[in-house]
Design a protein around this ligand. Structure first.
Ligand code: URA
Length: 214
């Protein structure tokens, strides 16, 4: 894969990722197609996010002989979906790593303070012993990502990364400032946020597009 890495930001610049992302950006792409493409891209992103997982060896029998073969070591990783759009990335990653543990973080924005408020939080045990991958397709202002990572660290997570489909420079800056230890993986670093907090050029509201809501 071609990767553009800068500090703790990795852009997965693979031709398949970029092609599929273009299809997702088009306003005429159907809900079903959007979901399928998101699932496919999530697996290509996860391939990079999991590149440094530890391996150990076990003895196995092939039809030919015995061998020492590599297998994943340590505790199962934890996938944390930031609701609701995070579920679109979660499904694809789970197909790739079916034994992963899964958690959910639900936040809404208080209309007066504009601060994220938690309404749901359920995560696997022993977070401190797992690679914890927080997933949300859109890293826009970064406020909900920061709040989610705050909660995950409070729950014991120490080895975290953040996986998204699109990132805005504003969100990357906010996330890096609050959590400089958390690497970000994305398919694209877009231009900017508009006055309503949408990523430009972006793809619109990721949740609405994947669930067919308005
Ligand atoms: N959330 C979205 O779904 N889209 C954006 O552009 C920004 C935040």
């Amino acid at each position: 894969m071609t990767l553009a890495s800068d500090q703790n930001l990795t852009i997965v610049n693979h031709p398949l990722v970029q092609h599929k992302l273009t299809l997702m950006r088009k306003s005429g792409t159907s809900t079903g197609e959007f979901r399928r493409l998101l699932r496919e891209i999530s697996q290509l992103l996860a391939y990079e996010v999991t590149r440094n997982l530890e391996l150990t060896e076990e003895t196995i029998e092939t039809p030919m002989c015995q061998m020492q073969a590599p297998v994943l070591d340590g505790k199962k990783l934890a996938l944390i979906s930031i609701l609701r759009a995070g579920n679109g990335l979660l499904d694809g990653v789970l197909e790739l790593v079916p034994s992963a543990r899964v958690g959910f973080v639900g936040l809404y924005r208080d209309e007066e303070t504009l601060e994220p408020v938690q309404y749901y939080f359920k995560v696997p045990d022993a977070l401190g012993e797992r690679l914890v991958i927080a997933v949300d397709p859109m890293l826009a202002t970064g406020n909900s990502a920061v709040a989610s990572l705050d909660l995950l660290k409070k729950a014991g997570a120490t080895n975290l990364c953040f996986m998204c489909l699109l990132a805005a420079p504003e969100g990357v800056k906010t996330l890096h400032a609050a959590h400089p230890d958390v690497p970000i993986y994305t398919a694209s670093l877009d231009s900017h946020l508009n006055e309503k907090g949408y990523i430009v050029p972006g793809l619109g509201d990721a949740g609405d597009r994947m669930f067919g809501t308005k």
